[in-house]
Design a protein around this ligand. Structure first.
Ligand code: SAM
Ligand code: SF4
Length: 497
């Protein structure tokens, strides 16, 4: 069949070996299985004094070594674990204050040439009904997300297929940025489009950079190579461990400054994956002077007609999940951490204070599911089943009641505070200054345009508290903030510092 031949030749030309080997040290990649296993072995039975020294280093906002992180991963004493959790929360506050960023996933296409055993979109899953959104459908999804729900940030998600290649991704980003919807007081629009898609070559990543991509995310799934090769069949694009491992190197070389790494927990030992993520963060920092902008730590969720996902081989229970999130926060203090709605609402409530910085809300992961209510939670067009289906309004309210301000700020990348600049600002604590002001302005916008009554009441209390704190901590900028705040309250939109 002609189409099948086209797809086959597309697959055959996807991987560029020179864009792997150029970053390698001969035939050695930066994930050294022996080094990770060795660190895991040495970290067993850590003594309390050593653990507290390591916590002090995290609290000084320094990245940990593999050996240090390994010690923390092996703490079994419940009291010491509580100290670690408290330190993780404190690290988050020192770097990110009480801000939480929200976003929504937008699934664009579920055609996929790969066969990842855990994923509902895998090629061989004949139960999956396939669909690629048209630009008009993408605009419609965006109108709901930006105009009715009130999101400002999206993560757009694609299978790997010629029908949703880089040119389609670029068009879809342009389409999303082009949507502007009138609201009660102003207008709604998506201001940052992050992308979760297959690894790409540098030239294609440059195209995405030019249309204004936010963060480019690729999860390694598992850093453990033989496990990776078993779960991603040879002969598929995704079967190439190294093509995926160096995707962030290529993105940074293409000028995409904000990159997001992640592991899919449940495929291999969780302690190994944490050290894999940490090694990846170190590698990017050493080679490019820029660590990852975000780390994601999804756990495998059940998916329609996908037996592997019902009983993954290295299940991570809730307690271990809390431990791994705590250690990640302590190990890479200045990196954003994303806690997705794969997790149940009650668990997200417990995990968030361990140092997470971003959560999604009102999420739907069927293709076209925001516009098409029938499509809402239908298994056959979903990649997996969500654990938390609360609305953005409910999530914002709970955050406000817990003392967090939801930040809809997207100023950072639009005024060049990305990559190395943002890392330096985060390390020095100065990023907090800009972000705190912008969080107040964008929260004001959102409360006026989208909040329900109860959420608005909870939100107003947070705003009063934030304004008071800013007047004391940053008296020099307070008058300009008040000026901008008044304008926003009158209906001006997208004002930022
Ligand atoms: N197709 C691209 C890829 O694989 O890189 C990007 C999109 S893929 C839909 C996004 C991520 O979903 C994957 O990287 C994987 O970590 C995650 N995922 C796949 N199956 C999952 C499942 N059953 N439960 C939870 N997350 C899953
Ligand atoms: Fe395709 Fe990505 Fe799912 Fe793998 S995880 S089957 S590459 S959509």
């Amino acid at each position: 069949m002609a189409v099948a031949t086209d797809v086959r030749s597309w697959i055959a030309n996807r991987i560029r070996q020179d864009e792997i080997t150029r970053y390698m040290d001969g035939d050695r990649c930066f994930i050294d299985d022996g080094a990770i296993e060795g660190a895991l072995e040495r970290g067993r039975n850590p003594d309390a004094g050593r653990v507290r020294e390591i916590l002090a280093k995290s609290l000084a906002i320094e990245t940990l070594t593999l050996d240090e992180a390994s010690c923390l991963l092996h703490v079994e004493d419940p009291d010491l674990q509580e100290e670690m959790k408290a330190a993780a929360g404190e690290v988050k506050r020192r770097v990110y204050d009480n801000r939480i960023v929200t976003f929504a996933p937008l699934y664009m296409a579920n055609l996929c040439v790969n066969n990842c055993v855990y994923c509902g979109f895998r090629h061989e899953n004949s139960a999956e009904r396939r669909r690629v959104l048209t630009m008009e459908e993408i605009a419609e999804e965006t109108r709901i997300l930006a105009g009715t729900i009130g999101h400002k940030r999206l993560i757009v998600v694609y299978g790997e297929h010629p029908a949703s290649d880089y040119d389609y991704i670029a068009d879809s980003i342009r389409t999303i940025y082009g949507v502007k919807v009138p609201t009660k007081r102003g207008y709604g629009a998506i201001r940052r489009v992050n992308v979760n898609a297959a690894p790409m070559e540098i030239a294609h990543l440059k195209v995405l950079h030019d249309v204004g991509i936010g963060t480019f995310q690729v999860f390694q799934e598992t850093y453990h190579r033989s496990t990776y090769e078993r779960l991603h069949p040879a002969g598929t694009i995704k079967g190439d461990y190294l093509w995926r491992l160096y995707s962030m190197h290529r993105a940074l070389e293409a000028g995409v400054d904000d990159v997001g790494i992640g592991a899919l927990f449940g495929l291999h030992d969780w302690r190994y994956e944490v050290l894999g993520l940490l090694r990846h963060a170190w590698e990017l920092e050493e080679k490019f002077g820029i660590g990852p902008h975000t780390i994601s730590f999804p756990r495998i969720e059940p998916a329609a007609n996908t037996p592997y996902a019902d009983s993954p081989e290295a299940v991570v229970d809730d307690d271990s999940f809390a431990r791994l999130v705590t250690v990640l926060r302590l190990a890479v203090p200045y990196t954003g951490m994303i806690l997705t709605a794969r997790e149940r609402g009650d668990l997200r409530h417990k995990i968030l204070p361990l140092g997470c910085t971003q959560v999604d809300a009102s999420s739907r992961i069927g293709i076209g599911a925001y516009a098409d209510v029938e499509e809402k939670q239908e298994g056959e067009r979903q990649q997996f089943i969500l654990g938390d289906t609360r609305s953005l309004d409910e999530v914002v309210r709970q955050l406000a009641e817990d003392g967090y301000i939801t930040s809809f700020c997207t100023a950072g990348y639009r005024c060049g505070r990305t990559g190395r600049k943002i890392m330096d600002l985060l390390r020095s604590g100065r990023e907090g200054h800009f972000c705190k002001l912008n969080a107040v302005l964008t929260f004001r916008e959102w409360l006026d345009d989208f909040a329900g009554e109860a959420t608005r009441a909870a939100g107003e209390k947070i705003i009063v508290r934030e304004l008071d704190e800013i007047s004391r901590r940053f008296p020099e900028v307070y008058p300009s903030l008040l000026d901008a705040y008044e304008k926003v309250a009158q209906g001006a939109r997208d004002i930022y510092f």
